[in-house]
Design a protein around this ligand. Structure first.
Ligand code: HEC
Length: 130
């Protein structure tokens, strides 16, 4: 391999690493709270910010967030909550508004979740989504 090729592939590798790190940085850190549960901590957030579109009347994207069992079901694009893996869960990326196109709640529809709320949802998912 020529030296320039080596240098170029190193640069590409670094660029990918930095992009991945930047994307990760945008997710607020998981809360350090222990024993986060759907009933006690998460349902109040979903009831306030998501229920109009993901409740008993409407299930946008085939997603229903009113009970733990419903929240863990597959929605239109597969499972949006992956227990144990908050950073890979579509729901977390949506509420952290990583990408404005699939940000939830949708722009202008309801107040964005706070970093603390996103962190609590992350802790709940990382702890197994109980
Ligand atoms: C005003 C209506 C509205 C509100 C409020 C809302 N959503 Fe949504 N949501 C949608 C619509 C419409 C879709 C499907 C189309 C899309 O992805 O834009 C969707 C899709 C989703 C999806 C993707 C489901 C899939 O499998 O494709 C997730 C995850 C989600 N919402 C989470 C939430 C969460 C969490 C909240 C509350 C913090 C919330 N949404 C609040 C309208 C809403």
């Amino acid at each position: 391999m020529k030296l320039t090729t080596v240098a170029l592939s190193l640069c590409a590798g670094l660029a990918i690493t930095f992009t991945a790190a930047a994307a990760d940085k945008k997710l607020p850190p998981p809360s350090t709270q222990k024993d986060v549960t759907f009933a006690k901590d998460i349902k109040p957030i979903f009831d306030k910010a998501c229920a109009d579109c993901h409740g008993d009347k409407k299930q946008k994207g085939k997603l229903r967030l009113d009970t733990l069992a419903n929240a863990l079901k597959e929605s239109e694009n597969g499972k949006s909550i992956i227990p144990g893996k908050s950073a890979e869960s579509a729901l977390v990326k949506a509420v952290a508004r990583l990408n404005e196109d699939d940000a939830m709640p949708p722009e202008g529809k309801s107040k964005p979740l706070t970093a603390a709320e996103v962190g609590l949802i992350r802790a709940w998912i990382d702890q197994g989504a109980k």
